[in-house]
Write a protein that binds this ligand. Structure first.
Ligand code: PMT
Length: 407
């Protein structure tokens, strides 16, 4: 319950992403927040006030000129009540109206009347996002202290691909948690460079087949987001996953372990912290067939050769960053994790019991036990976003105490 007693006004403007607002509100409430919803006319075209009333547990406000509503929680009261206003989705239209200082509906009026911080989660077609006037509006809002969370990248409802997707509700919820926890205060990890690997690798057998694993990238992406929110410059070296790039994070897409190794070594040389969350394939096919392998025999034998150990290579660099590994284990978790900590010469290892329900690969939740020389800490089962926030805090603490930092 990271948002207990926080009063959050969720503003819903017009856009297809408005359907995600219900989930966002649910997640904010799960974290203990009090949520009141304000909808624009456009927002109501995409999701009904009744739905948002049901999930928020409060009446939804949508009219500036409704005498009944103004007699109750009027716009000034709502503006004063809020600890944070989060507009999600924020359409190009509302961004423009906020920038112009307009007060032509309830949502924009509350934004003018509040002293609370205002965050926008942009959601629009990628061309609308990139167009100069939208970018100018966003820059201008940012320079006036608005928080801009997103947009993410990926396939859009209109069929386009690119920036303009609203961040996922879980991601926006972490932004709120981080905001109130002060973990995104400028300066927390200011000046630090973090390199994080995430997702699986794919080792090709032939032009159409590969060896891989079930890593979704969620854990590594959550760590990248948490480090970025805390002020670090973050490079995220991602295997093939279908996740939006966390805002402000520089993403480098790779497929194979060798490609991940090349990018990791190149970026780790200049990094303060390296976190190896990726599930790297230990072996690759020795000879990749140039054509599709035909099923002409009863048995097929593949010769596999060992991939280089990326995290061990980073830890062995002359100017090695503070290096954190993961250990995905199904048995003897502590013993194997401690073995990897030592063998790979790491500063910290995150033991991940991937056989427990709700833990590890492709789940939305996870738990870790982190080990370092002379100590350990259990981070209990929670969302990957929250776990990442706690882990980044622990790494930052140990990094600041580490002799590497002093050098
Ligand atoms: O991506 P998700 O679906 O969110 O799932 C998260 C996760 C389960 C993948 C993640 O929490 C996790 O446990 N990652 C480590 C997975 C793994 O491959 O562990 P390992 O015990 O096999 O490897 C030990 C360490 O060596 C890891 O830091 C790994 O990144 C690194 N390694 C492994 C092999 C290799 N060739 N190079 C490496 O750097």
């Amino acid at each position: 319950m990271q948002l207990t007693d926080k009063n959050i006004v969720v503003g819903v403007s017009g856009g297809i992403a408005a359907y995600k607002s219900a989930d966002l509100i649910r997640r904010l409430k799960e974290q203990g927040a009090n949520v009141r919803v304000v909808m624009s006319e456009g927002g109501k075209a995409f999701i009904t006030p009744l739905t948002l009333q049901a999930v928020s547990g409060n009446p939804v406000s949508d009219s500036l000129l409704d005498p009944e509503a103004e007699a109750g929680m009027g716009h000034i009261e709502l503006a004063k009540w809020a600890d944070l206003i989060l507009i999600a989705p924020a359409s190009a239209d509302i961004i423009a109206r906020l920038n112009a200082g307009m007060a032509n509906d309830l949502l924009t009026t509350i934004c003018l009347a509040t002293a609370a911080p205002i965050a926008i989660a942009p959601a629009m077609n990628q061309q609308m996002w990139h167009t100069q006037v939208t970018q100018n509006n966003v820059d201008s809002l940012q320079s006036r202290g608005y928080l801009v969370w997103g947009p993410g990248q990926g396939e859009q409802a209109c069929g386009d691909v690119g920036f303009g997707r609203m961040l996922e509700p879980t991601e926006l919820c972490s932004y709120c948690v981080n905001y109130f926890a002060g973990a995104n205060k400028p300066g927390e990890l200011d000046g630090q460079t973090w390199v994080i690997t995430a997702g699986p690798t794919r080792e090709p057998m032939d032009p159409v087949r590969y060896i891989s694993n079930h890593s979704s990238g969620k854990m590594g992406f959550a760590i990248a987001l948490a480090a970025q929110l805390a002020g670090a410059k973050v490079y995220l070296i991602a295997g093939p996953v279908k996740l939006a790039t966390p805002t402000g994070v520089e993403r480098i897409d790779v497929e194979t372990a060798l490609q991940m190794q090349e990018q990791s070594m190149a970026h780790a040389e200049h990094a303060d912290v390296f976190v190896a969350c990726a599930a790297v394939a230990d072996y690759r096919v020795a000879e990749v067939a140039s054509q599709k392998i035909k099923k002409s025999t009863e048995q097929l034998q593949l010769v596999l050769e060992k991939n280089p150990d990326i995290v061990a290579g980073v830890a062995a660099l002359e100017n090695a960053p503070f290096t954190v590994g993961f250990a995905a284990e199904t048995e003897n978790v502590e013993e194997y994790a401690l073995g990897k900590l030592k063998k790979k010469n790491l500063q910290m290892i995150c033991a991940n019991n991937v056989s427990a329900p709700g833990h590890g690969f492709n789940s939305d939740t996870n738990a870790l036990t982190i080990f370092w020389s002379g100590g350990s800490l259990v981070l209990p089962l929670t969302s990957k976003q929250e776990l990442a926030r706690q882990l980044v805090g622990q790494i930052a603490k140990k990094f600041n105490q580490s002799p590497l930092d002093a050098s």
